[in-house]
Design a binder for this molecule. Sequence first.
Ligand SMILES: [Zn+2]
Ligand SMILES: [Zn+2]
Length: 357
Amino acid sequence: MPRENDSGFLAAVWHGASDVRLERRQRRPLRSGEVRIAVSYCGICGSDLHEYSNGPHAIPIGKPHRVSGEAAPLVIGHEFSGAVTEAATGVGIAVGTRVAVEPEYRCGSCAACRRGEYNLCVAMGFAGLMGSGGMSEEAVVPAYMLHPLPDSVTDRQAAVLEPAAVALHALRRGRVRAGDTVAVAGAGPIGLLIAQLARIAGARRVVVSDVSETRLAMALDLGATEILNAAGQDLAAVAAGVDVAFEAVGIQSTLDAALASVRKGGRVVFVGLCNGPISLDGFDIVNRELELIASVGYRDIYPDLIGMIASGLFDPSRIVTREIPLANAVTDGLERLRTQSGDVKILINPSAKGDLS
Ligand SMILES: [Zn+2]
Ligand SMILES: [Zn+2]
């Protein structure tokens, strides 16, 4: 390995399916509007795992992404927090500021961006998928992605803000209000955070289904009022006509379960990323006057979540099951998630010593 005082930094770089390499990269000069941060923590997301297992899905190959200007190989990881080490001229953020990164790229000029719906930008993408991200000792991102953190929000909590933002945006899309009844099909990180945030929003019942007993136990711990193992029990039978159902996996069986679990006039929110077409019973949807709602990414969510964490109302880091050094990101992180089912959220800590350090 290069010497400690080398200007390079260690990063997990996606080259192809089953080919993420721990490499030393050279620092590049900042461009206008950019900030460099020392990464504190970076979570491993289901989408990182998809890219690792059988990608590319979102990672650009050959043709660079319109906003990031990057294509593979690139540094993966979009769920990260850190501290500012350098800012481009004119960027009003002090060195040393602790930040959470809201990793959505936006062009700032398309119709969606002008409406403020930047998660629907024509050039929408994520740092860590469509451009270099945070599974690294250092990251360079546009300053608009940064949210300064109060002392009462830890770096670990800030690294789990990203999936929590996906969950809260989905709840808002589903218009969940106090007193509502909710079903969540799938207790991965997003499903668990939806259940936790639904209870905080005042949902009276939150029914969660999954096939993992570990994840179901965590759902109960986070506030779910009922859990069931989808391998032997039917979500629709237990939920019995909830107001809102969330599909948080992206496969036909969980989508069918979510649709079957809502009442007439109920709402079904699609959050899981389906890997291709799925089928819907159009007659049933019309006959029961269901509302089908999609939810992607988030917008205007981070400041509210940071406030909720700061006030002690919400702790997204409760879904973290393991913390590993950056050097072990593949062996103890991506490979573990691919081959074992015991973990929910794994956080990478670039300052911890690992096998390669
Ligand atoms: Zn994510
Ligand atoms: Zn745009």
